[in-house]
Design a protein around this ligand. Structure first.
Ligand code: 6R9
Length: 661
């Protein structure tokens, strides 16, 4: 835990500064035919385990479970004890067997404009061939397979092939370095690595294979590297390499799935967190698949027969695992999957895809929304987005202005926006509006979903009253919860279950408004302590983004001799801001704007105008690096940055930085 968190423990809990009163009722038509109605909350509250048992019926089980939850050895949970199922069978075969083989599973679009359409029948053939190839390469149930692929169909196919034979996959972001890949391969002792020659990003072929070569030079556990030809660029070949096109293509299209225990390890996904060695978050089969299928159905109001669903995340992130692969496929949905970046070959690419495939449900991240705000309203306006009916957000708190922009400019004012709070560790959505039930409040994740226990507590684990702020905790075990940190039970207990007795502490600050609805306030490690007040970075950032000339903002607390910490803000002006956005007048205006919106205590000591912000590949702002800048330190570890040149751009700005005392 950082110093700001430690020092905050004896202080008051988070201040509730931001006042936001806009409300958006669910559209009447959507509410009338919604998958989930208001009564489900009470139903689930009456008997939580019965509710989850009902949700598990969405899946096909080869053997029924004996017990819904075994929580006799907390925090080590077992869900659907004794039950058996195969995740790949549930995601693919059963839809084909039910006569839906011709239904499209993925409309895949490569960045250069090439396309592939995979029906459920196609997917079954491809997954079966890949499963047979894995077996030929010596992979067995219980082995780990590292997957380092671009956003091409072979990525979900590989994951499902692993699931089919009971191998545990560990997908590593295609943007990670050889070092990061090596650490993850080693930690999981992966037997096989699946990769590609490269993928397309920003209009260019971007090589992956050289990174894998560098990583596996030093990983004795790896027996083979299975390489998909995507770009056709020349790659170095070693003894260990085998080509997907040689080994997978000649396999039989038949493979009988083997039922797995409900608690069989489905995958490991590493989260880097803010410090230390990455944590291998372990998810198992039955509970995970139950909750991703259930939430994909309820939160997005998915109607598999008519909806076209698109989640723009990278599959290397948990959002892609749960809401591009397992959730949508378990529900038999039709999805769009896109390989590249949103600005290639032009800044309207995503809107073009929504128009082309008539996407009805769209799920993206606040960082993307703020980028589109910066690029200008005219870009989405050039496309017909009238097919959309539900919009989702995930990854960071969504600032009210970004929410309203998303609702208006993408959703045409008619689509509910669901702000979904969850984590790699939770596996599935935990706190979110339901689009047919909840009146949305811009910036609020609202309520725990049916069957989920969540609360906001103070330092002593007492629930805070409405209007108060504190720590977000989960009060009950949930089906898709992480089971442990791979190979480190002790770290699992220490990281998540030791701050508050019997509660899972998520690491996020949150507040309850006067109605008891939940607003996320960012990581508690980022919370600022200013003259005895805990102030959330999110609230100050939202106030800045509410200024008409601001596109993005990141806020950190820098050590200050007078106030313990002082607020330092990094601001990206909107493209069309005009005027002198570097001048003293503008900076003064912004500081006054924050003071007016939140109160004088939240007035930034200093504002720096920057061209970009440091972000992870999943779009989260890395405030730790900005703190280094604000405190004039050398900049720390930048290995998880999406674009390592960003910190140079910010550092360049420093000599001319405008600061006011
Ligand atoms: C799914 C995902 C988890 C952290 C989480 C929180 C932040 C995610 C959010 C949100 C506010 C939301 N987060 N969704 N904060 N509102 N709707 O992002 O997983 O990459 O593990 O990150 O992301 O801080 O603790 P992961």
């Amino acid at each position: 835990m950082s110093q700001s968190h430690e020092t905050s423990q004896s202080q008051e809990t988070l201040s509730n500064l931001l006042q936001e009163t806009r409300r958006f009722e669910p559209p009447a038509e959507l509410a009338a035919s919604a998958n989930v109605k208001a009564g489900t909350y009470e139903e689930a509250a009456r008997d939580r385990l019965a509710y989850w048992a009902g949700q598990a019926e969405r899946l096909s089980w080869s053997r029924p479970w004996d017990e819904v939850l075994d929580w006799t050895d907390p925090p080590f949970a077992k869900w659907f004890v004794g039950g058996e199922l195969n995740a790949a069978y549930n995601c693919v075969d059963r839809h084909v067997e039910a006569g839906r083989g011709a239904k499209v599973a993925y409309h895949w679009e490569g960045e250069p404009g090439d396309t592939r359409t995979l029906t459920y029948a196609d997917l079954r053939r491809e997954v079966n061939k890949a499963a047979n190839a894995l077996l030929e390469l010596g992979v067995r149930k219980g082995d780990r397979v590292a997957i380092y692929l671009p956003m091409i169909p072979e990525l979900p196919i590989s994951m499902l092939a692993c699931a089919r034979i009971g191998a545990t996959h560990s997908v590593v972001f295609g943007g990670f370095s050889a070092d990061a890949l090596r650490t993850r391969i080693d930690d999981a002792q992966a037997r096989l690595v699946i990769t590609a020659d490269g993928g397309y990003r920003r209009g260019k072929a971007s090589a992956l294979k050289p990174t894998v070569d560098a990583a596996v030079a030093d990983t004795p556990s790896v027996e083979h590297v299975l390489v998909v030809r995507r770009t056709g660029e020349e790659v170095a070949e070693t003894e260990r390499d085998v080509w997907w096109q040689d080994v997978v293509e000649r396999q039989s299209t038949e493979h009988t799935p083997e039922p797995m225990d409900a608690e069989h390890p489905l995958y490991i996904l590493y989260t880097s967190g803010t410090t230390g060695k990455p944590k291998g978050i372990l998810h198992t089969t039955g509970g995970y698949l139950t909750q991703v299928a259930s939430t994909h159905h309820s939160v997005f109001d998915l109607k598999p027969e008519t909806d076209v669903y698109w989640c723009s995340a990278d599959i290397g992130w948990v959002t892609g695992h749960s809401y591009i692969v397992y959730g949508p496929l378990a529900n038999g949905a039709t999805s769009v999957m896109y390989e590249g970046t949103p600005d290639t070959p032009h800044k309207g690419r995503w809107w073009e895809l929504i128009e082309k495939y008539k996407v009805t449900i769209f799920y993206t991240a606040p960082t993307a929304i703020r980028t589109f705000m910066k690029w200008g309203d005219d870009i989405p306006a050039q496309h017909d987005l009238s097919s959309l009916r539900v919009l989702g957000s995930v990854g960071e708190p969504i600032n009210p202005e970004a929410y309203v922009w998303y609702r208006e400019h993408i959703g045409g004012g008619r689509c509910p926006v669901v702000d979904t709070w969850w984590q790699t560790e939770t596996g599935a959505i935990m706190v979110s509006p339901l689009p047919g039930v909840t009146a949305g409040k811009p910036g609020a994740a609202m309520r725990p979903l049916p069957g989920i226990g969540a609360d906001v507590v103070d330092d002593e684990a007492n629930p805070v009253p409405n209007g108060g702020g504190g720590f977000l905790v989960l009060t009950e075990p949930w089906p898709s919860m992480l089971r442990t940190i791979w190979g480190d039970d002790e770290r699992y207990v220490k990281t998540y279950w030791s701050r508050f007795d019997g509660l899972y502490f998520a690491g996020d600050g949150a507040k309850k408004d006067e109605d008891g609805d939940i607003w996320l306030l960012g990581r508690v490690d980022d919370v600022m302590l200013v003259s005895g007040h805990n102030i959330s970075t999110t609230e100050v950032e939202s106030a800045l983004v509410a200024h008409p000339k601001v596109a993005e903002a990141a806020v950190v607390g820098a050590t200050d001799p007078l106030t313990t910490q002082a607020i330092v803000a990094f601001v990206i002006p909107r493209g069309d801001a005009g005027g002198d956005v570097e001048g003293e007048d503008f900076l003064r205006e912004l500081r006054e704007h924050v003071a007016r919106t939140l109160g004088p205590i939240a007035k930034p000591r200093q504002i720096m105008i920057v061209p970009e912000l440091p972000k992870t590949r999943s779009g989260k702002i890395m405030r730790r690096l900005l703190r280094d800048v604000a405190e004039n330190r050398g900049i720390g570890d930048v290995t998880t940055l999406a674009d390592s040149t960003v910190m140079d751009l910010i550092a360049e700005k420093l000599p001319g930085t405008k600061s006011e005392g």
